[in-house]
Design a protein around this ligand. Structure first.
Ligand code: HEM
Length: 137
């Protein structure tokens, strides 16, 4: 089949993408997002060598953070900006790092999820990344 022909299977697969509308879907998204970032030659060392994150501790924080922003849950009560300020003092974060972080966030979201909350997640991520970059750099 040529790529320009209508492909009902692909179309229905597309509409079957879940939205980021539950903790379960947000958890899946965060795992996919981190799997992508931790394979990246620029971003992975920031998490692994500089911050030395323990995924079993870090990922639940990230999941709680996005459940707060997208679902209004209140489990996340930490100061994200101070955490990145301390990180920036150890390994200067650059404009290219923010662009890369946001690209992985957006492409992971678009590839696996769709809907109103997914759109909101991308808008919120872009806005916070922009604020963080302006405030740190
Ligand atoms: C250049 C882009 C970014 C890089 C390289 C980066 C990297 C990191 C690293 C290494 C940590 C772990 C720090 C530590 O535990 O000491 C962290 C934590 C975190 N980041 Fe980022 N980050 C970036 C942008 C963002 C943005 C834009 C957001 C939000 C939209 C975000 C949300 C978070 C959250 C919620 C935590 C968890 C903090 C906690 O432990 O409670 N990050 N980030």
């Amino acid at each position: 089949m040529s790529p320009v022909e209508w492909n009902p299977a692909a179309e229905s697969a597309n509409t079957a993408k879940p939205d980021l509308d539950s903790r379960e879907h947000i958890e899946e998204f965060v795992r996919l997002f981190y799997a992508r970032m931790l394979k990246d030659e620029i971003l992975a060392p920031i998490f692994v060598d500089v911050a030395r994150i323990d995924l079993d501790v870090h990922l639940p924080h990230i999941i709680d953070y996005w459940c707060k922003l997208l679902l209004g849950e209140q489990d996340y009560q930490r100061h994200t900006m101070n955490i990145h300020r301390r990180l920036h003092a150890r390994r200067e974060l650059e404009p290219g790092d923010f662009a890369r972080w946001l690209e992985f966030f957006t492409t992971t979201a678009d590839y696996h999820f769709a809907g109103e909350r997914t759109e909101r997640a991308k808008r919120v991520a872009a806005s916070i990344a922009g604020n963080m970059e302006r405030s740190l750099l």
